[in-house]
Design a protein around this ligand. Sequence first.
Ligand code: BGC
Length: 763
Amino acid sequence: MIKAYLKKDPWKIIEDQFHADYSMVSESIFSIGNGYMGQRANFEETYSGESLQGSYISGVYYPDKTRVGWWKNGYPEYFAKVLNSLNWIGINISFGDEELDLNTAKIHEFSRVLNMKSGVLSRTMMIELASGKKLELTFERFCSYNTKELGVVNCVVKSIDYEGPLSLDAYLDFDVRNQDSNYDEMFWDLIDTDHSNSVYAKTKKTEFEVLASLNCEYKSSTPFDKTIHQSTAIYGERFTDVISPGQEKSILKKVIITTSFHHDNLELQNQTLRQSVRTKDFKSLKLSHSDIWEKKWDEIDIKIEGDVAAQQGVRYNIFQLHQTYSGEDARLNIGPKGFTGEKYGGSTYWDTEAYCLPFYLSTSDQKVAKNLLQYRHNHLDLAIENAEKLGFTQGAALYPMVTMNGEECHNEWEITFEEIHRNGAIAYAIYDYTQYTGDDSYLLDSGMEVLIGIARFWAQRVNYSKRLNQYVILGVTGPNEYENNVNNNWYTNYIAKWCLDYTHQVIQSALENNPMKANQILVKNNFDSERELNHWKEISEKMYFPYDEQESVFLQQDGFMDKEIYPASEIPTDVIPLHHHWSWDRILRSCFIKQADVLQGMYFFEDQFDVDTIRRHFHFYEPLTVHESSLSPCVHSILACKIGDNDKAYEMYLRTARLDLDDYNNDTRDGLHITSMAGTWLSIVKGFGGMRVKDGKLSFEPQIPEEWKSLSFKIKFRNHNICILFSQEQIILSKDSAEPLEIIVNNTMFTLRDQLEVAALLA
Ligand code: BGC
């Protein structure tokens, strides 16, 4: 059941009355961030209701000791978690003895707005005190986009008819915990600081230091008292005043957070930054932050005319992605929940390569996508070590399912040891990058080594079945995690074969085009060209794929047809989502599919299948899919466009675009589904826009929903910034570069100079 409690607006997310029952959902939805740090929409003031305190800083993680029921050899010792860091937003507000707490207060008006255009979160409300007197409060806050270390909160209190004491206590608090701590431990050690305006702490084990300093300005037209309270964990400034009807008092918090992960000298850099914002008022700080967002929107926006729900959804997704990752630092990556919750520990999953990479490739500087690839290259040695721990040899690399620094963190055997398809996505991303950018240099610099490690893994992971005279892959978990320990998951077998073929091809073309460099890499990696390439070729030629003759479909895995097969539409709605209601055993025995699996493969490798084949598979698998992974609906939406099923494409688009805004899977309270947000972008650009790169040329086959007046977006493609507009009547393409560009629209080649208009080409 979706929760439609937010207002639809093209640029804003609006909650126009306080929904205490959804308070954790809203805490996730209204999260703010700037790639450096992020903050859930916790209230500034005390809140005694249900809440997940969440303030996160990129790269600052803690290796929490693994907790499992039954230890199995090969399990990792720890699960790295991006930590809940200091509370920098806190402002306790009291009126005499009465402390403001929305869980108990009488609320007359409440409005919370996340303005995506300016990147500012605001909240206004009118509350009534026990005495019946009323006050209006306004909060605004943002994580600055131009000074990434800066968090700003401004709070204005206005009395309607209250006369009496007012106290505002603005503080920094490092006495924080992770709710998901495995052993209920504190992850931080507090450090005494010489500076009277700061709190300082260091993570245990990883020893990341974080220093936060406060600059506070209180404005009042009447005399007030200021007191400072400080302990090792807390630094606070309390302003005590009186307020009369009609009067306004305000407090501005400017917090600078520096870390040893990002800064060579966190104390000095903290002081310098603090100094640089000291004299700036709220308005000017907000303006320079919002200016950057507004300029950014000029490059990243997707406009949908005629459908506010769809418009709001896609902007929200783009906004959150850019709040999470800005791509300047190859040590960082994109956690499935970004900075909006503790689930998934802020670690890296295959989501990055399979979903996020194409988004950043088209909407950011090329170096951003390259940094994402580089991240995996930097972890190659650890991926080889990881494979060695599991018994693989000779440079075979198994990348972790979940990682922070290259080491595996996940500790459920059916995922850690069996969900090996992630290796395929990492190879696919290299292909995707070179296809899109035309930049082959990455292959020789780093990509080829990664591919060799991955191909070697597959060559050792398959085994030859005498019975079939084919190669099989036994005991795996495919993308559909509602099946474990299956044999011959079609997707895994397919991507394994593809990795072997692709790596073969990359090595051969490197040897032809740059033999010296290619040989250096092969020697460095002890590559035995003849033996290894021949072996790969044999595996590839003899890879087994489960197939059902009667349905003419590839089977998700051996034995799939022996299940009781009936459509998901027959599942009673009160047991959805299944993983909340059914035993794991029942889920495993059922035919229901958590997320695109065979269809994920058809999406990646669509050129290798004709449209009828894709349609047949779509019609077979879509009715069985429950989309209980956020990564699923976008793939279905893209394929539905491909086979011309517009209604399904639109249904799946809304499900991906509004997954969190409408809380489709009843789990937004844990945090947002950041990585699947890239899937929303994919559904628009690759789905409705039909964008592909074919033989190095950009190609479009648009098919926009009937209710949309127009759809437009911008992409970066090989030194060109291209603007694309599809309406029901025409397609307009334009670009800002002088060099002409050949572009394919609905299978016809055009030359795009400045602008190109193609009429009535919509299917
Ligand atoms: C999905 C995985 C995904 C993970 C993180 C799981 O629910 O099944 O495919 O990598 O979430 O997003």
